[in-house]
Design a protein around this ligand. Structure first.
Ligand code: ADQ
Length: 489
């Protein structure tokens, strides 16, 4: 595959992320069936203009035998994907442990795990060792496939150690790193035992990107305060070498959603939903079931609204779609039962023989069903306690050209920076405020809804995932060229 002819001048983009955008199921000793996930992020990254993209990552399955690995590698190559094979122990320590139990909560301001201190410290060390080892394994695969001139784009908190590993292999490699979560205040980051090592490793990249200007600023402060380096308007400087740091807010493939609303199946779904909830306003929440999404807080705010507004009780319904994730982590199991308990209590309290105020689904919906739901919704509730960006808010807006529904949006989601002018911004911890915003949204005049929607729809249509990917990659290219010019002067 490496020798495959490609048009002269067409650069290759190696996208490195923890997970490949495929689900792989083994059908036999040497046969696999693959399904590629069709999200906006995937098409954006694979479709960067002027570049030919390859995706490098873990396929999400344990493949201990060589025959299986070879067969999977071959099947993935047809989808422009290259696998990194991680065994179960590494996945447990690196992915479930260091990534999801330590970095994820910390970056969302939930702090470090607080169980038995000694046990945590011990497991912390072995998890960090596994994290570095896993990152080195990613680096080995990148290095093996790298060709001179390629651009390497590393993604997310799983791979903070990767830029350094890559530059150790080849200091001329063009390396960018983008964080999809928030980067927290330096006062939070400094609680992390491996704080300096991770910062230094990220700084090995040529370009470091975040969703918002605030996250970029937090990162630069962490480097100045924790490492004692110099922050400049362009980024962070260390002994004359500059790492550029900037904000690149992501978007969605808005046309994909807009077009979907014309598909017969979606129109049929919409009709069914409208009939099912005739006479009631529809409120919607769509989230991965994760503590950062503020699902219990959202449902409690809805309860408060019903409590205080008896006349609305049989006129509004909340549909909460929560896809379970990381189901083998105990905290996530606890969250599921907590949400079920609250929903049960509220439905018992305000339901009637024929209707309940909350429909809660623990599963993912297919693309068409999701679009139909977005389109029939009157009020969307996005109440993340922290969220890098939050694409659900963008998807909702894209599907609302006809209805012009209201978005209630957490001020702690990155999306508040871009959709704040059209949304009702709330502090999700303040249940009284969220309940009042539900009332405001349900009673809003058509004129005001139109005005707010116009603003957000324009933003969602003009700031797409494709444009996001292209901007990052071209800035990465320019950054490296500028640095070379500086050195040659
Ligand atoms: P996530 O935390 O996964 O992403 P988000 O940006 O909202 O959050 O994206 C979720 C995606 O999953 C959306 O495309 C949504 O449609 C889909 N989804 C969620 N629930 C679903 C359901 N029940 N059924 C079907 N689809 C569902 C991370 C960061 C975000 C950041 C993105 C991209 O946490 O802050 O915006 O990466 O950078």
């Amino acid at each position: 595959e490496r020798q495959e002819a490609r048009p002269y001048n067409r650069q290759r983009l190696l996208v490195v992320a923890n997970r490949l955008p495929v689900s792989a199921v083994r059908r036999g000793e040497d046969s696999w069936s693959l399904e590629i996930s069709a999200g906006g992020l995937v098409s954006a990254l694979l479709g960067v203009k002027e570049f030919e993209a390859r995706w490098i990552g873990w396929a999400g399955v344990n493949v201990p035998d060589e025959v299986g690995q070879k067969a999977l590698t071959k099947a993935l190559a047809e989808k422009r994907c290259i696998p990194v094979f991680l065994d179960e122990e590494i996945v447990h320590q690196y992915y479930n442990g260091y990534c999801n139990n330590i970095l994820w909560p910390l970056f969302h301001y939930l702090g470090l795990p607080q169980e038995d201190r000694l046990a945590t410290t011990r497991s912390f060390q072995s998890q960090f060792a596994a994290y570095k080892k896993a990152n080195q394994m990613f680096a080995d695969v990148v290095n093996e496939h790298y060709e001179e001139g390629d651009v390497v784009w590393c993604h997310d908190y799983h791979l903070m150690f990767l830029p350094k590993c890559l530059k150790e292999y080849n200091s001329k490699m063009k390396v960018g790193w983008f964080l999809h979560t928030p980067f927290p205040s330096s006062e939070i980051h400094r609680t992390l035992p491996s704080r300096s090592e991770l910062l230094r490793s990220v700084l090995a990249a040529d370009l470091v990107g975040f969703h918002t200007y605030d996250y970029a600023r937090h990162f630069v402060s962490a480097c100045t305060r924790i490492l004692g380096l110099e922050g400049t308007p362009e980024g962070v400087e260390d002994q004359g070498r500059l790492t550029r740091v900037a904000a690149f807010p992501i978007g969605i493939d808005s046309e994909r959603f807009i077009r979907a609303l014309e598909v017969t199946e979606v129109i049929q779904h919409m009709k069914e939903l409208k009939e099912r909830f005739a006479g009631r306003k529809v409120m919607l929440g769509v989230d991965r079931l994760d503590m950062i999404k503020g699902i219990p807080q959202k449902i409690l705010a809805f309860e408060k609204f019903l409590e205080e507004n008896a006349s609305w009780r049989d006129k509004v319904v909340l549909l909460q779609i929560a896809v379970p994730t990381r189901t083998d982590v105990p905290e996530y199991q606890k969250l599921t039962s907590q949400v079920h308990e609250i929903v049960g209590r509220i439905n018992g309290r305000f339901g009637t023989l024929t209707a309940v105020p909350i429909h809660h689904l623990d599963r993912s919906l297919d693309f068409h069903a999701l679009c139909a739901l977005y389109a029939v919704t009157d009020v969307a509730l996005v109440t993340s306690l922290r969220d890098g960006m939050n694409l659900v808010s963008y998807e909702f807006v894209a599907c609302q050209e006809a209805k012009k529904g209201v978005l209630i949006l957490s001020e702690f989601a990155g999306a508040a920076q871009s959709l704040g002018a059209g949304a009702i911004l709330v502090n999700p911890w303040n249940i009284t405020e969220v309940a009042a915003s539900i009332g405001q949204a349900l009673n809003m005049t058509a004129e005001e809804r139109e005005k707010r929607h116009r603003h957000n729809f324009h933003h969602v249509k003009t700031h797409t995932a494709q444009e996001w990917a292209e901007t990052f990659v071209s800035e990465l290219n320019d950054t490296v060229i500028e640095a070379q010019l500086r050195i040659s002067k």
